[in-house]
Design a protein around this ligand. Structure first.
Ligand code: ADP
Ligand code: F6P
Length: 472
């Protein structure tokens, strides 16, 4: 282990791996946090016995000390919390993070709102996260800030004269200059990102977009471009920039997917859907995930290839997300309506074309779904990486699943050769890819899945951390 690898890791992210809220009886409870960031970071923090700083999903009113008692002993890493008031959640999290940066960075300008009040609260909350971090950090710690909600933390940590190495990783895409320029606070966000020692992106494309923005906005900054990282210099300060595709704990997913419980659950799931092929979609409820487009592609498949009626079923699992943001509420209504319409048109006694589940699944069930599905249909309009794609490969222990993947998911950079790549806006093309997957012979299926699994196994989440920290 290198000297850098031995430093204590302080990860700071908006969301912690747990959320504190009230149950139906009004009692405080702990629930698991959702999303790709939590899936990826939890095994890393465990491995490094570090500390995780973030918002616990509640404000000051919750009895956090008693709820979190014993957490460090059980999980192997400790937590520090940054409670947020309801107004802060509305303006910093739902507002600037998820109605401005999120759609803008996913190239969906039509979904963006630019609200100065949201911006002001975003600045304040970033300062608070930095203040809590500065109060917790030890001399030998490495501070690793995660994602678009916290771009400005580095500026405040520098003001506070924190001397530890400061790194930042962006889990979502970084847009091209023409898109980034629309942001009224682009200079502040850029200065925020340049305040870290190392800035990591998911893909080479994101890193290039960022360097291109720097070149346009700060012409004096010099860029020394290398294969793995580039270094940007200006007035004696330098920032490293690299791309580090995030991943999952392959061995853990692979091991759990082979368990008897998962095998039984997968068998049961398929038995209920009799002998037809199962096409699986698993996503957070988010307009970037391309769920309506995917359902329309499935409808097109049924229209174009009637011989598949009764022989194929789409199982779409959606986990509720950002439920207070109006765009997400609209999407939920749209999905209910679409699935209902298509089932009414094509369904027959004994065959429901689309099964639509709106809830989070426990890990064992999720793995059973992955194992049971002959085809995974993962078609985001834009995605930083998409860990579901990697989880599907790790859990396809029978080796016969086909991955249909959007060319606009970060994961396509690594998995694009062995997956069937589609443009999610091309409804006909996606329908044809499902048709091709349905008819794909056993040998081709196995060969493709073997290559996919090898890629995810090699490029696992522990390698991601090693590469990132070694670049610092
Ligand atoms: P994002 O970070 O945008 O949420 P990712 O695909 O990278 O997207 O990560 C999503 C994570 O959430 C994965 O680890 C996946 O297993 C988990 N997840 C998604 N949908 C569900 C669900 N219905 N039940 C349980 N976990 C889910
Ligand atoms: O991947 C982007 C991201 O915002 C992560 O930070 C998080 O894991 C996931 O999406 C879920 O989002 P939220 O924390 O807003 O529920």
């Amino acid at each position: 282990m290198s000297e850098k690898q031995q430093r204590r890791l302080i990860a700071v992210s908006n969301r912690l791996p747990i959320a504190v809220d009230r149950d139906d009886q009004g009692q405080w409870q702990l629930t698991a946090g959702a999303g790709g960031l939590v899936t990826a970071l939890a095994p890393v923090l465990k491995h490094h016995q570090g500390m995780w700083i973030g918002w616990p999903g509640c404000g000051e009113e919750a009895p956090l000390d008693s709820l979190l008692e014993g957490f460090a002993d059980k999980q192997g890493y400790s937590l520090a919390t940054v409670p947020l008031s309801q107004e802060e959640v509305r303006e910093y999290y739902e507002g600037f993070s998820n109605m401005t940066l999120w759609p803008l960075f996913h190239d969906l300008l039509g979904h963006c709102q630019f609200n100065p009040d949201h911006w002001r609260t975003y600045v304040e909350v970033n300062r608070r996260f930095a203040d809590v971090t500065a109060g917790t950090v030890g001399d030998n710690d490495l501070i690793w800030v995660q994602d678009y909600q916290l771009t400005l933390m580095g500026v405040r940590l520098r003001e506070l004269k924190v001397k530890n190495p400061l790194a930042f990783f962006l889990h979502i895409p970084f847009p091209a200059p023409d898109m980034f320029r629309r942001l009224p606070w682009k200079n502040e966000i850029m200065q925020g990102l340049l305040s870290y020692d190392l800035v990591g992106f998911q893909t080479l494309r994101d890193r290039r977009n960022f360097v291109q923005c720097v070149r346009e906005m700060i012409p004096n900054m010099k860029a020394d471009i290398r294969r793995r990282t580039s270094t940007l210099h200006e007035d004696g300060r330098s920032v490293k920039v690299g791309h580090f595709p995030i991943s999952i704990d392959f061995n853990e997913f692979n091991r759990q997917a082979r368990s008897k419980e998962v095998a039984d659950a997968a068998w049961y799931l398929h038995e209920k859907l009799s002998r037809r092929q199962l096409v699986l979609g698993v996503d957070r409820l988010d307009y970037t995930k391309g769920i309506p487009e995917r359902i329309l592609a499935f409808e097109r498949l049924l229209e174009k290839y009637p011989e598949l009626h009764r022989n194929i079923t789409l199982l779409q699992v959606v986990v509720p997300s950002r439920t207070q943001v109006p765009e997400y509420q609209k999407l939920k209504e749209e999905l209910d309506q679409l699935a209902g319409r298509i089932n009414a048109q094509y369904g027959e006694p004994g065959w429901v074309p689309i099964h639509y589940i709106f809830r989070s699944l426990p890990r064992e069930q999720l793995l059973a779904h992955y194992r049971a599905a002959e085809i995974a249909l993962i078609t985001p309009l834009r995605d930083g990486m998409n860990l579901v794609a990697k989880e599907y490969c790790a859990a396809s222990v029978d080796g016969n699943g086909v991955l249909i993947l959007s060319e606009f998911a970060g994961a396509a950079e690594q998995l694009g050769r062995a997956a069937l790549l589609v443009n999610p806006y091309d409804i006909d093309g996606t329908a044809d890819a499902i048709h091709r997957a349905y008819h794909m012979g056993a040998e081709e299926r196995r060969d493709r899945m073997r290559r996919l699994r090898a890629s995810v196994q090699r490029n696992n989440v522990h390698r991601w951390v090693r590469h990132f920290i070694d670049s610092l």
